[in-house]
Design a protein around this ligand. Structure first.
Ligand code: G
Ligand code: G
Ligand code: MN
Ligand code: NA
Length: 250
């Protein structure tokens, strides 16, 4: 529970930071946006991975104020980027139980002057498992603001495909475990192909996560994937390095 106390203290001390990872448009052949990723530099332990502290923040209810901090900060930073760039922000299931989510997003957009269509909220399948009907209503409210909604880590959750009928997502992010095995395992290739085909028949675009090699990228392009994200382009970087990435790729 020591980590829990540290996490609360870190929030009070604003000891969190955001890094940004580029998302590359395979058709335009340029960076089309960035995903904001939370970073915590613990005074003793050093960098703690969000896969460790985000679940803890969810458990202790800290994810609601922390998620608000992430969104405000990210919108403010993204408002200063060239205006053809989108911003993707991860939203936890726990934030969907807070009735204020729609108001919070609307306020963050208003105060940053970031146009709503440049904001994309990434949610995981788990969000729809918790409270399906209420969640779908909130998703429609968020869409009503003009933001885009992406399904993150697609293919790793436990839900059935039926939830895809309950809400029309704008984008599907193919989990990096499928990209990783793309060249080695025929099965992964078939899954990626099926996901891209499913997404496109439902009117969604696809982003492949975890792209590390030119071979993976070529294969994804062949399969009709729209966007790619991964170490091939860049790891997540501090906001100060965004201009240099745009200089390199765009
Ligand atoms: O980049 P990285 O290894 O650090 O991210 C690990 C996981 O933590 C990812 O699955 C990502 O979705 C999650 N994560 C990173 N930042 C945030 C955030 O701001 N909010 C939420 N809810 N999850 C985040
Ligand atoms: O939200 P999400 O779970 O997709 O968060 C992305 C996570 O994946 C982050 O932890 C990020 O640092 C990590 N990541 C991004 N690109 C790559 C990659 O090319 N390879 C690997 N192994 N991890 C990546
Ligand atoms: Mn994500
Ligand atoms: Na993901």
């Amino acid at each position: 529970r020591a980590l829990e106390l540290d996490l609360r203290a870190a929030f009070e001390a604003e000891a969190f930071d955001l890094h940004y990872q580029p998302i590359y448009d395979l058709t335009a052949e340029r960076i089309c946006g960035f995903e904001a990723l939370l970073r915590w530099n613990h005074p003793l332990r050093g960098r703690v991975s969000p896969t460790e502290f985000v679940p803890l923040a969810e458990e202790i209810g800290l994810i609601v104020p922390l998620g608000e901090w992430v969104l405000r900060r990210a919108c403010r930073e993204a408002a200063g980027w060239p205006d053809d760039l989108k911003l993707a922000v991860n939203v936890s299931a726990a934030q969907f139980t807070s009735v204020g989510l729609i108001t919070m997003v609307r306020d963050a957009l208003a105060e940053s002057h970031l146009p709503a269509h440049r904001l994309e909220l990434e949610i995981t399948e788990g969000v729809l498992l918790v409270n399906g009907n209420a969640t779908v209503a909130i998703l429609h409210g968020l869409r009503g603001l003009g933001t885009r909604i992406a399904m993150d880590d697609f293919g790793t959750g436990y839900s059935s495909l039926s939830y895809l009928r309950s809400f029309p997502f704008d984008k599907m992010k193919v989990d990096r475990c499928f990209t990783r095995d793309l060249m080695a395992e025929p099965g992964s290739g078939f899954i990626v192909r099926a996901v891209i085909s499913l997404a496109s028949s439902l009117g969604m675009i696809t982003t492949a996560e975890g792209v590390e090699t030119p071979e993976q990228l070529a294969r994804l392009r062949e399969e009709g994937c729209n966007e790619a994200q991964g170490y091939l382009f860049s790891p997540p970087v501090p906001a100060s390095e965004v201009p240099a990435l745009l200089e390199t790729w765009n």
